[in-house]
Design a binder for this molecule. Structure first.
Ligand code: ZN
Length: 445
């Protein structure tokens, strides 16, 4: 982490375009983007729609939007030109499961006892920058230790106060008492009175949903089953009743918003699908019947998180997880990887996510390598992290593909990711909303 951070800071200090871009970042709100025409050239474009790459590729940007895409575009007088040489241009990546306000090196129980919400907000700003620099221009953030620090981070990014991905946030995730998300797994004599995320019974769940939306959440995260990084109810066990999950969906639907269900165990997955949640996150115990249920409900998506298994179990990276939680991860691995292969074989649309910082912030792209290693075609993995994810968050009108009218959220990788998917881990150009944040791959200019 430290070495990675240092390399980012060094690249920010050394690369004038990055420093200039950050200095010129729009001060506030949409519409404040620089009214500048930019023309980008690259060896090829993978536009997120799944067709053959366009080669060579040109993209014209006006202000914060893409206005033209082609192999040979006229260059308006005065346009800034960026030549990415042999690189591949792609839509900015989207991660559907992050925790930007959580540090990878602090266990959440320690965080609640020894830190303040201000720590999480400041580290959240740092993690948002690290994530943006890795090519992730949009994230769905799945909850924080100190409730609503994610709302503050999203608002600061949207206002242009700090650089980071576009964010959708969960606010205070909703858990049952003693369940995976019970943030008070201490002695009963220890209280953390600022954390209110427990709801038992349909009425309390309804109240929790309303409270979240009142306080700025974009969607609801509910813990349908136990979790790996918890000592609450085991990951395979259903922790919310069908009625409780249904209450969350009914109330969120009244607000026109979605419910994302954290779910590992098979019965909890099926209960969440029956209740009509929008995403099944992790989905480790997805069996054939659950796959068939998802096929019959095109508005519910499976969103696996797989790289965290190899990063934490194989790489022997230092992490903040105690042995009991590492053991839960070991136990769930074979099931989670089989679930992914089952979904692939069935042709299910699959969302793309990491659970960062369980995958360290900035290493999100490792998920590509993991999924291709489990049998997914590189193009399918790229489309999942771009167009499919944009559809899951209902933002297909603004992000997820490189097409005229969309936000100019673009990344570039060296070489061709269809030949070597690991180049996604070496993003060398990042633009969000027409602002360049990183441009090592640019030749000249
Ligand atoms: Zn998570």
């Amino acid at each position: 982490m430290r070495a990675f951070l240092r390399s980012i800071l060094v690249s920010m200090a050394c690369l004038a375009p990055v420093a200039v871009a950050l200095a010129q970042a729009p001060p506030a709100g949409a519409g404040a983007a620089p009214a500048q025409v930019i023309v980008i050239r690259a060896a090829r474009l993978i536009d997120g729609r799944g067709g053959a790459p366009l080669s060579p590729a040109m993209v014209r940007i006006d202000g914060d939007r893409i206005v033209a895409v082609g192999s040979s575009l006229p260059v308006p007088a005065g346009a800034r030109q960026i030549d990415l040489g042999g690189a591949t241009l792609l839509p900015g990546f989207i991660d559907l499961h992050t925790h930007l306000t959580t540090r990878e090196d602090v266990h959440w129980e320690d965080g609640l006892l020894k830190t303040t919400p201000a720590d999480d907000a400041l580290w959240g700003a740092h993690n948002a920058l690290v994530t943006l620099m890795a090519g992730f221009t949009t994230v769905r953030d799945m909850g924080c230790d100190w409730p609503y620090t994610d709302v503050a981070l999203r608002n600061a990014i949207d206002a242009g106060a700090v650089p980071g991905p576009r964010m959708l946030v969960a606010g205070a995730y909703v858990s049952s008492t003693g369940g995976a998300g019970d943030a008070l797994q201490f002695s009963p004599y220890v209280q953390v009175p600022l954390v209110h995320n427990l709801a038992d019974g349909p009425e309390e769940v309804t109240k929790a949903v309303r409270t979240n939306f009142k306080n700025g959440a974009d969607f609801i995260k509910i813990l349908a089953t136990g979790a790996v990084l918890s000592k609450g109810i085991p990951p395979g066990a259903q922790q919310y009743s069908d009625e409780e999950i249904r209450a969350a969906v009914v109330e969120a639907t009244r607000w026109g918003r979605d419910v994302a269900a954290h779910a590992h165990g098979t019965e909890g997955i099926k209960a969440a699908i029956r209740a009509g949640v929008h995403t099944i996150d992790h989905g480790s115990g997805l069996d054939d019947e659950a796959v068939a249920m998802l096929k019959a409900r095109p508005n519910t998506y499976y969103v696996p998180t797989l790289a965290l298994l190899s990063i934490n179990l194989d790489d022997k990276r230092a992490n903040a997880f105690p042995p009991a939680e590492m053991e839960r991860m070991r136990q769930i691995r074979a099931m989670a990887e089989a679930a992914f292969r089952r979904a692939l074989a069935a042709g299910l649309p699959i969302g793309w996510a990491t659970d960062a910082p369980v995958v360290p912030h900035g290493l999100n792209a490792r998920e590509f390598r993991t999924r291709v290693g489990l049998g997914e075609q590189p193009m399918a993995a790229l489309v999942s992290a771009t167009r499919v994810n944009s559809q899951i968050i209902h933002w297909q009108d603004r992000v997820g593909t490189v097409e005229a009218g969309k936000f100019a959220d673009l990344v570039a990788v060296p070489g061709n990711p269809l030949d070597d998917i690991t180049v996604t881990e070496r993003v060398g150009f990042v633009m969000k909303g027409g602002v360049v944040y990183r441009s090592e791959l640019a030749t000249g200019h």
